[in-house]
Design a binder for this molecule. Sequence first.
Ligand SMILES: NC(=O)c1ccc[n+]([C@@H]2O[C@H](COP(=O)([O-])OP(=O)(O)OC[C@H]3O[C@@H](n4cnc5c(N)ncnc54)[C@H](OP(=O)(O)O)[C@@H]3O)[C@@H](O)[C@H]2O)c1
Length: 399
Amino acid sequence: MSTLGLLRNSRRVLTGLCGRPNTFFGINLVSVRSIIDLSYSTHFMDFKGSSIPSSMKKLVVTKLSQHFRDAVTLQTVPVPTPGDSDLLIRNRYVGINASDINYSAGRYDPTVKPPFDAGFEGIGEVVGLGLSASSRYTVGDKVAYFGDGAFAEYTVVPVKKALPVPAVKPEYLTLLVSGATAHVALQRLGDLAKGETVLVTAAAGGTGQFAVQFAKMAGCHVVGTCSSDEKAGFLKTIGCDRPINYKSEDLAATLRKEYPRGIDVVYESVGGSTFDSAVNNLAVKGRLIVIGFISGYQTATGLTPVKAGTLPAKLLQKSASVRGFFLPHFTADYRESLRSMMQLFAEGRLVCEVDAGDIDPEGRFVGLESVYRAVDYMYAGKNVGKVVVEVAPHVDSKL
Ligand SMILES: NC(=O)c1ccc[n+]([C@@H]2O[C@H](COP(=O)([O-])OP(=O)(O)OC[C@H]3O[C@@H](n4cnc5c(N)ncnc54)[C@H](OP(=O)(O)O)[C@@H]3O)[C@@H](O)[C@H]2O)c1
């Protein structure tokens, strides 16, 4: 393949993985402009004979803000038409991610100005498709995808971003971002060895639950942080050896006391003082993987201060390292990682815990309107497992 061909191909793969991850916190990734060919698509959609309405609801970022409710507006728009190599998917479930507010704050690509569509991942049925897309998919196929514009009743998804799934279950949705992040990060950057001690922060959440299980599968002793006894109980059920409820136990003191040799690998999602405690308790040759820093996302900068001044000395003293991980940089590993996790799930060896808000005082997250509540629920630290919103109940297509 020519250099140009390779370049085009790598761009396609990256957008295929994450929609519009052009930059993150101002760091340039790739610039993508999609060209949609509408010439054949109407042959494969039958608005009259099917249950596809002419208009739909979707969530649009209309103003940049880390406060999701201020940034995002629910709009009624025409149902989009798929291009030649696209699928039109009726979303049944969409996934909530901590970074939905980084996205609405414009931290992924500061050059993209509102309005733009919100939501990273969905699962549902194909209800329309373009001619080229019809060589691989047909109406009624069940698919999941990791791409932009998922917070909508219908989303146009390029075939290259779609993943066939055996059923439209929210459990499959948990794997697209949350599961894949834990799987690839630990495999590529963890260098896990049997008998090592692994600390997972935000361990009972969307991605934390998978990090716990994959570290356990690697034969490690797993410590997990969380904010309630209920979450600690859940962590025990998925193999966490030592859940730490940081609201009732001091994290730094507990690590110092119970793990005097230090922690070999940290899967760190919280930032701020949690990051500092993890650094201070690294073992010799320890590896801390920066997965996120959720404690800062609701601030204007998106960051929580850490004790960066002393970091080089602390790392040197222990020959330790801090490694960053961002899923869209690992396109080559993505599909294989999903295949492997789906196999583990099918064999009953992987728990994909879903939280659809059943304990929320206003009830289960059903309908796009409840995405706002679901984001608040996550940021209140209430979720056990992956937060999902049921967009619409199942509809039998007449196509
Ligand atoms: N690098 C990547 O490619 C990538 C991909 C996916 C996710 N992530 C990161 O992984 C982390 C978790 O994301 P997720 O979508 O899976 O969310 P999640 O873990 O399902 O939910 C967030 C959890 O974070 C914990 N938390 C700790 N301190 C918090 C604070 N100050 N404010 C709010 N929550 C706090 C809460 O649980 P407890 O307090 O009970 O522990 C809360 O339930 C985030 O940092 C996210 O950016 C990174």
